[in-house]
Design a binder for this molecule. Structure first.
Ligand code: ADP
Ligand code: MG
Length: 592
């Protein structure tokens, strides 16, 4: 059992004891509210902290859960255990509609959109006759379980906290899984995740729905705890407060949600007591204080409080390290590989115009299986654009790309990745707070299948072992096995580039595309990289090497395509290219 598991059990045991100890009723009630709020904040940890999608509207989903529970129990007489699932069903439907409308928005539009639907859901709830308008619904029955009433605060404490801790556990499991890595990849922009075959939109929707479901469960709990429901706890300001809890506690951390929920609840009560006395009139002044604190937290402790608490505890904990339990795991499935010499990639008069600028001007070349092709040219020649046209990141103005005999011109990058083309990036794209091994395992995404539910229930362990075994094998292949447990963010540029190659290899590619892998590397690192590329070729891998540095490609490639001003200048063997006066002129003309 890991030290963290022991802490978790100790924490749960302590909580379980509280209601039977002579703890005053007031504190039990406080803890109940903290649990309810933490469940909602937990959704925000996933949505905002991990996936990078800010929502001010979670209170509206709490409202959906609460109102469904209240109205169906009071007006229809349904069992609360049934209304929980009906509420979740309605929440999922509403969340899916909102996701379809808002999740494709980028930047600040998404948070603004959440404010808009939070307000409209709030006013809908407040104005519906059947929901009692502003008076709400009174007389919600208490929960009963096997004939026992859970009406007292002390017994309800167990209901709330069992659900809160189970939810926390599920989220912890989720984050350490295939889908969890995919979700964590959303934050750094979508290009890298899509290149690994991840449908970023689908995961945004899934996370959005999951966060809404957590909020809805909290609402259901709330209705049976308060025994009455009215609109005010589901307003926009409460939505902002949930986000505040998550951010204050540490929006990237599961236990941050609990820390934030506790802090906000406890200070809120103190402020409600003290502020009116200081100011002389009563009102919701605590909101102003929270706003100010939020600004300070964002400025000086943007990660929130939990990471600091964790550091204090860390002294008493052994270092968190993944147990290497995959030694005898089965290999992941492999795709059938092209025969040496087979026509692999056909780039046929591809063209890209950015407004008036022709960045790629009808470029044509081919790659056969087993070859290393260099695509070189001075800065701004159109290499990266060509690369992005091939890999599906950019759409072509005209022209055709075929891969293994199939026209892939119109496919999205993740579909092209699925067919066996894998890539690295000119500017390394990785998840700095994951280990090297986990980053590389992201490459195995398409060769595995466990979904969110499997991850949360820990039914994905077999496949996880297979993924890590493959990731370790690829790291070994490029000589980085020793660094697999390091945080990727601590790597120097050279090893980071190699890690990207290992990640691309983990996809089991038929063609590997590398965009300026040697740029910015020191001499030693360049040599290490060249050795890896030679070895890959010896193993039969096909490579397209986009490079600015002519010397680097000279001794590595079978053929070189030279570009200048978007146009293919010549194509030939390294010797032919080296001797070409046009190439020399192109490089001299723009470089020195
Ligand atoms: P290279 O990789 O060879 O250095 P690029 O393919 O990055 O060259 O760029 C080729 C040309 O296209 C440059 O003039 C660049 O400014 C232009 N370009 C690249 N991307 C865009 C874009 N998204 N919008 C407009 N112009 C672009
Ligand atoms: Mg470039």
């Amino acid at each position: 059992m890991s030290a963290r598991t022991r802490w978790f059990i100790a924490f749960a045991a302590l909580l379980a004891l509280l209601p039977v100890l002579p703890v005053p009723e007031f504190w039990i009630t406080q803890l109940n509210y903290i649990g309810l709020n933490a469940i909602v904040s937990l959704g925000l940890v996933l949505l905002t902290g991990v996936a990078g999608l800010t929502s001010f509207g979670q209170a509206a989903f709490v409202g959906i859960g609460a109102y469904t529970a209240a109205t169906l129990a009071v007006n229809v007489g349904l069992s609360p255990w049934l209304t929980l699932f009906i509420g979740l069903g309605i929440t999922v439907l509403v969340a899916l509609v909102l996701a379809a409308v808002t999740l494709r928005m980028s930047g600040h539009y998404l948070p603004l959109a959440t404010i808009a639907w939070a307000l409209s859901l709030y006013y809908t709830m407040s104005n519906m006759e059947m929901l009692g308008k502003y008076d709400g619904i009174l007389g919600v029955p208490a929960l009963t379980l096997f004939g026992t009433s859970l009406g007292s605060g002390r017994s309800y404490f167990y209901v709330i906290w069992v659900i809160a801790l189970l939810a926390a556990l599920a989220v912890i499991h989720l984050l350490d899984s295939r889908t969890g890595r995919a979700i964590r990849a959303l934050k750094g922009g979508t290009t890298m995740a899509e290149a690994m075959g991840i449908s970023t939109y689908r995961y945004k929707v899934q996370i959005f729905v999951l966060a809404a479901m957590l909020a809805s469960v909290s609402g259901w709990l709330f209705a049976h705890f308060q025994r009455t429901v009215n609109p005010s706890p589901f307003s926009l300001s409460k939505g902002i407060e949930y986000l505040f809890m998550a951010v204050l506690g540490g929006v990237g951390h599961v236990w941050g949600a609990f820390t934030g929920a506790a802090l906000v609840k406890l200070t809120e009560d103190q402020l409600k007591d003290w502020l009116p006395r200081l100011i002389g009139t009563s009102g919701n002044y605590e909101v102003i204080v929270f706003g100010l604190v939020l600004v300070v937290v964002l400025k000086y402790a943007s990660e929130g409080l939990w990471p600091h608490i964790e550091r204090l505890f860390a002294r008493f904990l052994p270092e968190k390290r993944r147990v290497r339990d995959w030694a005898d795991a089965a290999p992941l499935p492999e795709r059938s590989k092209p025969q040496p010499g087979e026509l692999l990639l056909e780039v046929d008069r591809v063209r890209k115009q950015f407004g008036g600028l022709v960045a790629v001007n009808d470029v044509t070349f081919q790659i056969r299986a087993g070859e290393i092709i260099g695509l070189i040219g001075p800065n701004g020649a159109g290499k990266s654009t060509t690369f992005n046209l091939i890999s599906g990141v950019l759409s072509k103005t005209s022209g055709r790309v075929s891969f293994r005999g199939e026209d892939v011109s119109a496919l999205a990058s993740r579909e092209i990745a699925r067919r066996g083309m894998s890539r690295t990036f000119q500017h390394v794209k990785m998840l700095p707070d994951m280990t090297v091994l986990e980053n590389v395992a992201l490459g195995g995404y398409l060769r595995s299948s466990a979904g969110m539910a499997q991850a949360m229930l820990r039914l994905d362990r077999d496949e996880e072992r297979r993924l890590f075994k493959e990731a370790e094998r690829q790291l070994e292949r490029i000589g980085m096995k020793d660094q697999m447990h390091e945080l990727a963010g601590n790597l120097a540029l050279g090893p980071a580039r190699l890690m990207e190659i290992a990640r691309a290899l983990c996809t089991d590619p038929a063609l590997l595309l590398l965009d300026e892998p040697a740029a910015g590397l020191r001499h030693k690192e360049k040599q290490a990289l060249a050795a890896v590329l030679r070895q890959l070729k010896a193993e039969g891998m096909s490579l397209l090497l986009v490079e600015h540095d002519m010397d680097f490609v000279m001794n590595l490639t079978d053929r070189i395509v030279v570009m200048e001003f978007g146009t293919k200048l010549i194509e030939g063997t390294p010797a032919e290219v080296q001797d070409s006066p046009e190439v020399r002129a192109a490089y001299l003309g723009t470089e020195h």
